[in-house]
Design a protein around this ligand. Structure first.
Ligand SMILES: [Zn+2]
Length: 291
């Protein structure tokens, strides 16, 4: 049974970029005759905007996309993240380093621009040092387990050496904040997600997520990362880069534009939202499902 999901962070209204990710995940679920779930990734309270989640859910519904099951809210799931964190046992250790201390160690940069953690606290904290975060150990550079590979249905073969390019990464901060990587892996496993379809901006997170899946004994879903939508300056569309809320006054136009970004040609202009979905699902199926 195919189970897919769309998992927005409620930091603002749906925009053209997030619509593309929603559309792709919905098309893939429908053309595989599967279930499609909405999950609200609201664990980062500092970034969560009140009522943004409801707005996103309503906008998706106006475009014909409704969750096939109960909507999961990450803010309600602290206990589950804690249980997974505890399950990791000795794979996790306390780290007392400040951002400045890590930057000053002059290590190289990780693929996402963060400094690669030099491993300072791997063997325990010096007396008097207070934990700021908990990190998960990645295998050493000479250990074959540190190379994570997967086949992405859009991007092809992706591989990353965790020791060389990521380093031990944070799962939890002392202020109680859970890292995105852990929450996503726990939720996908519990919801039985078989297929993750999302924007390519999350490609660089995938190898860390696969590593966590392996440590926790979860199976690894299939992945498909669609090209991110960028603005005139080449920046990924987001609230931070000034993306405009989606205009759902004309749902067919919004859907056609998102479909065009995914390379769907649509043989003619659909006259209704329902007709759009019939055409788009068929075209997606021919391209990604029938091989
Ligand atoms: Zn440290």
């Amino acid at each position: 049974m195919y189970i897919g999901r769309f998992a927005p962070s409620p930091t603002g209204p749906l925009h053209a970029g997030s619509l593309v990710a929603a559309l792709a995940s919905y098309l893939d679920a429908r053309s595989n005759r599967g279930h499609w779930l909405i999950r609200i990734e609201d664990i980062d309270e500092a970034r969560t905007v009140a009522s943004a989640a409801e707005h996103i859910i309503q906008t998706l519904a106006a475009l014909g996309m409704r969750s096939d099951g109960e909507i999961l809210w990450q803010s309600t799931r602290q206990e589950r993240y804690n249980a997974a964190f505890n399950q990791l046992g000795n794979a996790v250790y306390a780290c007392a380093c400040s951002r400045r201390e890590i930057a000053d160690s002059r290590v190289s940069m990780a693929s996402d621009g963060a400094a690669i953690y030099p491993g300072t606290c791997r063997h325990g904290l010096a007396p008097g040092r207070v934990p700021r975060a908990w990190r998960v150990r990645v295998p050493d550079a000479n250990d074959s387990q540190t190379l994570i590979q997967f086949h992405d249905r859009w991007q092809g073969l992706i591989e990353e050496n965790l020791a060389a390019h990521v380093g031990d990464f944070v799962l939890k901060r002392a202020d109680g904040f859970w890292a995105y990587q852990l929450a996503v892996v726990v939720d996908d496993a519990e919801q039985g997600v078989t297929d993750i379809v999302r924007g390519a901006d999350l490609l660089e997170s995938t190898t860390r997520q696969i590593y966590l899946q392996r440590l926790l004994g979860f199976s690894t879903p299939r992945y498909l990362h669609v090209p991110a939508v960028v603005n005139d300056r080449g920046e990924k569309l987001s609230k931070q880069t000034g993306a405009q809320p989606l205009d759902v006054g004309n749902p067919i136009k919004a859907l056609i534009e998102a479909a065009a970004h995914l390379g769907l040609t649509l043989s003619h202009t659909p006259s209704s939202v329902d007709e759009f979905w019939t055409m788009a699902i068929l075209e997606w199926e021919q391209r990604f499902v029938r091989i």
